[in-house]
Design a protein. Structure first.
Length: 217
């Protein structure tokens, strides 16, 4: 089974639900607290933010970076991100992350709550894209749900990739890719791809810092 239809439905969900996107940050104190970890992470230089959503993280990245290029596939959430982020050093790009390739290299590649939306069979290619986007000495920094978050989702069986069913206020339903990565397994998988990685749990979520395989001369 192909996961293209599932990914298309995932994009449709985030486009249709842009107005609801920020609700978890308003309702859950642990998410608001998690936003503050940016100040303790090695974010520096020119930053590429993947799947920026409505820009919850973008201003915090901009405060520590020389520049931020924030990419998302949904125009509706990007409009909210632009309204939230008044920094002249931030550029927003509308693009499908499974097709887009960075035109330059960055010191930091950051993504929050995106890795769990990448189908497992696409992970090696995704990490290759991240590696290609990093300048020498650069780091990938990522934040996402841990396995405990599965209890809050309506998990679907027999899908092209691990998936959950999400509902919007208007009653519409959408399938999304949702992979609940275990820190140890993710560490092993990245190590097998040649990355150096450190992942630590934080209140049901995890934070990872990874350095890509050494580039061959």
């Amino acid at each position: 089974m192909d996961d293209d239809a599932l990914l298309a439905e995932q994009r449709a969900y985030y486009r249709a639900g842009a107005a609801q996107y920020d609700r978890p940050y308003a309702e859950r104190e642990e998410l608001r607290t998690l936003l503050t970890v940016v100040d303790d992470l090695p974010i520096a230089g020119d930053v590429l933010e993947l799947a920026c959503g409505t820009g919850q993280w973008t201003p915090r990245l901009a405060a520590r970076a020389r520049s931020v290029t924030a990419v998302d596939a949904a125009a509706e959430v990007l409009a909210l991100a632009r309204a939230r982020t008044a920094s002249p050093t931030v550029q927003f790009v509308e693009a499908d992350l499974f097709e887009w390739r960075p035109p330059r290299r960055y010191d930091t590649v950051f993504f929050a709550f995106w890795l769990s939306h990448v189908p497992p069979r696409r992970l090696p290619e995704f990490w290759n894209t991240v590696a290609a986007a990093l300048a020498p000495g650069g780091k990938a920094i990522f934040i996402d749900d841990g396995p405990a978050a599965a209890a809050e989702e309506d998990i679907l069986a027999d899908q092209p990739a691990p998936a959950a069913l999400r509902r919007l206020d208007d009653g519409s339903q959408y399938r999304i890719v949702k992979v609940f990565h275990d820190a140890r397994t993710l560490t092993d998988d990245l190590t097998a791809l040649g990355w150096s990685v450190r992942i630590r749990p934080v209140a049901g979520n995890f934070i990872g810092i990874a350095e890509p395989p050494a580039k061959k001369p």
